[in-house]
Write a protein that binds this ligand. Sequence first.
Ligand SMILES: [Zn+2]
Length: 140
Amino acid sequence: MSGPKNKQVWLNLSNFIADKTQDCIEFEIDNNEKIKEERFETSKPLQGSVKIFKSKHELVAHFKIKTEVVLSCDRCLKKIQKRINLDFSRSIKEKIESSEDIKISAINQIEILEPIKQEIVLNIPIKILCQKDCQGIKLK
Ligand SMILES: [Zn+2]
């Protein structure tokens, strides 16, 4: 029923890390891959940017991503669209210490789809209603 489940999008930070003169790099994101999760499904591409900042002791990724998701009303199951604007940061670590960290691989790559999915989930209301006073599915 579901295709390959763990789609991944990797950014390669090797050159950036090696270049001592560079302290910020920006990756443009325009990803058409549909994300289908239990709670939502995207209906627009993921668009925006991921900026990586380098300081002496750490790397931080700053995400600015726009998309749109399709949700179903908890009462009547009608589909509703919700625009999502993400603006969040994550520390990049060799060893992750919290769910707020992104692990960097041995070849200096980071996977960005998983943190984006996590953040989309946080932006979805706990109670999804097509309208405030949705009456639910009408039974005759
Ligand atoms: Zn409804």
